[in-house]
Every structure is written in C-alpha cells, then in structure tokens.
Design a protein around this ligand. Structure first.
Ligand SMILES: C[S@@+](CC[C@H](N)C(=O)[O-])C[C@H]1O[C@@H](n2cnc3c(N)ncnc32)[C@H](O)[C@@H]1O
Length: 246
C-alpha cells in the first residue's frame, strides 16, 4: 500500500453526506449489540470516540450516558459534528498523534469504522498501541470494523459490483465500495484487514480480546424492509460487521 492513500472523509461533500447518515438500511445492525456489550464490560463513564466523523458515534455514546470526547483528523467532518451538536466536545488530532490526550484516562474507547480507513498494518499497529496507552487497566476498546466479505457482495446498504478488483484484495490492499444510503455515490476507499491480523495487532498492543460479534439480521427484524427482503431470498441478511471489545 502506497503512502498516497487519502482519507476520503477529508472532503466537504462527503462530510455533508455523512452528516445526514444516522442508522438507515442495515446500519443499525452494526450498533445494535453495542449497548449490551458496553453494559457488560465497561465500568466508568469517560469515553473517547476515535474517528468520530460527523459525531454520529459520539452522540450514540452520549445517549448511553458517557461523557465523551470525539476526535478526528478530518476538519470537514468535525465542522459538521459541531454544527449538528454544539454542546458536544470534538477535537481535531494530527494523524497518528494522540499525545495530547491524557494517558490511562478513558473507560471506553470506541472506533466506529475508523480502522477501515487506516492504511498499512504498521499505521494500524501504531494507533492501536497509542490507544491502548490511553486505557487504564479496567478500560475497554471497542473496534467496529467492516468484515472483508462486505467488499465482495451486494448488500442492502452497500454495493461493490463495479469493483471486481476487490476480489483479488489481500490484507492491506485498497478496496472500493459505494454507500447506498447517502446522496454522495462516489466510492469510498477502504483497506482490507482480516480478523486474524487485527488479533495479532491487539496482542502486540497489549490488548486482550474479550468478545467478538458479527451481527446479522434476525427474524424479528422483519419490519425493516431491507432485512426482510434479503431474508426472503435466503441470503445473508445484512452487511457483516464485526465489533470487538479488547
Ligand atoms: C467511516 S467514518 C466513521 C465516523 C463515525 N465513527 C461514525 O460511525 O459515524 C471514519 C472516520 O475516521 C476518521 N479517521 C481516519 N483515520 C483517522 C486517524 N488516523 N485518526 C483519527 N480519525 C481518523 C475519518 O476522518 C472519518 O471521519
């Protein structure tokens, strides 16, 4: 992977589109298990939303009762977050530099889809190590990432049919995907990272995996038309998304 990989979220049009995104289509599946996981594993109320974007995940944590700070490297995204949520706390950080954040002080760190956009295993490893140092011994890290399978199929909320090169992608390679639930249909560029690689990096960062979920639709999701129609065809009922508590 070349260093020329650019953060597609440092872009006004993308930020405007993302600011309208709440939990449409099958997005709710990615977040559905989080309250239960958090209640089970997290003690304390101080949270960091790493890669907060336009603040959707930050507001999600605040609604769960956390005192939360959102940080991101894209000024465009943060500007929308602040506009939408003037009482929220949002800060710009330099890529790879979390040194301004207090060590061992967050009970919970959430990275919601942030690691999908971090190029190279080395950069991911450095960030995981830095995030690990922000956690006290009782702290927990939830990493919500896209399963590599998402880049290979058609989904309720995503399309990849225009990107046959995705099929050849290996760990660390770029892949492209279109978000169907936002007006901005330009492809998002992500970087594939299988679970086995994340697990190796967690271990090196001193993070212990407690639980992993791959939430899918359930029969009682029938009221959601996307899930229902995919379920009827006997296919996977949602995009595969994994979140892990380490
Ligand atoms: C897909 S968006 C998700 C935003 C938000 N977490 C949500 O779920 O709505 C990923 C965000 O991660 C940010 N990001 C990418 N690399 C980052 C880094 N090294 N440090 C902090 N944020 C980063 C991007 O700028 C983008 O806003």
């Amino acid at each position: 992977m070349s260093e020329s990989f650019s953060n597609v979220y440092a872009d006004r049009e993308r930020a405007d589109a993302y600011a309208q995104l709440e939990f449409p289509g099958t997005y709710f599946l990615a977040f559905r298990d989080l309250p239960t996981l958090i209640r089970k594993h997290v003690s304390g109320r101080i949270a960091l939303d790493f890669g907060c974007g336009t603040g959707r995940s930050t507001r999600f944590l605040r609604d769960l009762g956390f005192d939360v700070l959102g940080v991101d490297i894209a000024a465009e995204m943060l500007e929308r977050a602040r506009r939408q949520d003037p009482v929220g706390r949002y800060e710009l950080v330099d890529e790879g530099d979390l040194s301004r954040l207090p060590m061992r002080s967050f009970d919970l760190i959430l990275a919601a889809f942030t690691f999908d956009n971090i190029p190279t295993l080395e950069r991911k490893q450095d960030l995981l190590t830095a995030l690990s140092s922000l956690l006290p011994p009782t702290g927990r890290f939830v990493n919500l990432v896209s399963d590599p399978a998402i880049y290979l199929h058609e989904w309720a909320s995503f399309s990849t049919r225009d990107f046959p090169a995705n099929r050849l992608a290996r760990s660390g390679d770029r892949v492209r995907i279109i978000m169907l639930d936002v007006p901005d249909k330009r492809p998002v560029e992500d970087v594939v990272c299988p679970d086995a690689d994340y697990r190796r990096m967690y271990a090196r960062a001193g993070l212990l995996v407690h639980e992993m979920h791959q939430p899918l639709g359930r029969p009682d999701d029938g009221s959601n038309p996307y899930v229902r129609c995919q379920g009827w065809r006997g296919e996977l009922v949602s995009n595969l998304l994994a979140h892990k508590i380490c």
